[in-house]
Design a protein. Structure first.
Length: 95
């Protein structure tokens, strides 16, 4: 299962060098994670039964700067590893 979320890059998200600030990458991932949870019904389960998840670890490898104006598309999919689940996010950008 994979979801896709496209967000518009806002001028206010830029740093002094004209790139999207590193903190924004994590905010994009957070938005994609919530979009994924809504898509699979986890948000409804949390509302109804107070059952949710905990983020145990996050990391980000910066491979390409993002610029304004533009869009960023985050692909999210669930990966099962042993007794845990991992959500994988991949970024695509379009100018």
């Amino acid at each position: 299962m994979e979801t896709q979320l496209t967000l518009r890059i806002d001028w206010s998200e830029l740093d002094a060098f004209g790139h999207v600030n590193n903190v924004m990458f994590m905010k994009y991932i957070q938005a994609a994670r919530l979009n994924f949870n809504e898509h699979i019904g986890l948000m409804n389960l949390f509302s109804a039964q107070n059952i949710g998840f905990m983020v145990a670890e996050t990391n980000c490898q910066f491979k390409k700067p993002l610029h304004y104006p533009g869009n960023v598309t985050i692909l999210t999919k669930l990966i099962f590893t042993k007794n845990t689940m991992r959500i994988s996010n991949k970024k695509q950008c379009s100018d």
